[in-house]
Design a protein around this ligand. Sequence first.
Ligand code: NAD
Length: 496
Amino acid sequence: MIHIAHWIGGAERPGTSGRVGPVFNPATGEQSAEVDLASTAEVDGAVAIAKEAAKGWRSASLSKRSAVVFTFRELLAARTGELAAIITAEHGKVLADAAGEVARGLENVEFATGIPHLMKGSFSEQAATGVDVYSIRQPLGVVAGITPFNFPAMVPLWMCATAIAAGNSFVLKPSEKDPSAALWLARLWAEAGLPEGVFTVLNGDKEAVDALLVHPDVAAVSFVGSTPIAKYIYETGTAHGKRVQALGGAKNHMVVLPDAELDAAADAAINAGYGAAGERCMAISVVVAVGEIADPLVEAIAARLPKLKIGNGADAGVDMGPLISAAHKEKVIGYIEAGEREGATVLADGRKDEISDKSGYFLGTTLLDNVTPEMTVYTDEIFGPVLSVVRVDTYAEALQLVNDNEYGNGTAIFTRDGGAARQFQFDVNAGMVGINVPIPVPVAYYSFGGWKASLFGDSHMYGPEGISFFTRGKVVTSRWPDPGTSAIDLGFPQTR
Ligand code: NAD
């Protein structure tokens, strides 16, 4: 049995809490490892080391920090396959998808290599006579990242690349379901020359998270996970004086207008609905078919489903892997049952796919038509290979549906009409919008974040907002007086 420890002070450290959690290979259903679960005392010890390390790291020159990030980038690019295999073995997604996840994380590392430019302040000469004013940005100290199971490498990279480049120490609490990728990243940072203690991995569950949330030396918490936990993280972290960005769950709608290119829309619905077995926060879970395109669109989606190869993500030619756990599989099946009970038309039933009977947490693809907004398959984030189709008559109804939804992570519109697309972009209440693009995850030099129940806090993740989140501003007003002009004046300083 593989034992997964913590990474503290630049080395692997076995846990001392006596608590461990199981890690499974979702494609076989077999336990592959056990992971240490940190106690509050272990969190305290690791944060103390990270705090010391932060002092030295913020003093390292911008070019030194950038060089370490650059080396990390080179190593990561060269060993993508190694990390992808680790992701597939614990998460289940297919290898190509895992490599895609690493590639998107790599973009964030590349962005962070530009830290000398990103940390630049501004300078105003002669703000008053003989007075200059300038702004600088400084790191916060120790910052924490708490991440979900579904992107065990990309989401940590969203956070740590900018946090570290900006001069912070970064403490990662990865998902206990697939923790090996985090340890692998820790070893890579060490190899890239990052000083000990600047990157820490604390494996654990609620106890470790709670210890980080109340720790006086943790200045900021970056969180990605489900909405109820995101809300809890935001409320608890901010109540303890921390800066918090907490990204939550999603229910992403893809609006298909009658003039859309049918095959492209059907392909997009398949890719974005069933990729990673629907376990993506930017997965399309609702297709909103507007007007007469509904029948041909549903037919085109249904016709594509039998062509998908479901199996072990490590095997060549497989399109879709298993779900993360037995419990999650049961939960997704429960939603399909509810959808059927509440009157949805089950056009494809993943429960009946023979793959669903195999060992491992496989579930076939499900397509539900005639879904209505009251059904639980519509209201809840299912996070599985289940695509719902809601039929509406007009663009206005489609828009209303998206805007009334509790979540506002991503959304997409498929149309050939530029004016309609532009109107949608103007009207829609969501943080990320795709125009004929089903999964509009922004490139690393923009920022990622949803609206409504998909994000708590006011800062989006990575890119310019990431730099701003992991640094704080200071404004310096300076005068180098000519001794001959100095005088006593108790009036409030003015610039004129
Ligand atoms: P989760 O909320 O169960 O877990 C996320 C993290 O929180 C994990 O590290 C976990 O250990 C910790 N955690 C869980 N329960 C906790 C508790 N009671 N107290 C303190 N900490 C706790 O999420 P998950 O199942 O790992 O990930 C899937 C969810 O993440 C989905 O809802 C998905 O939409 C969301 N997600 C959102 C985004 C986004 O960018 N908005 C990206 C990826 C995933």
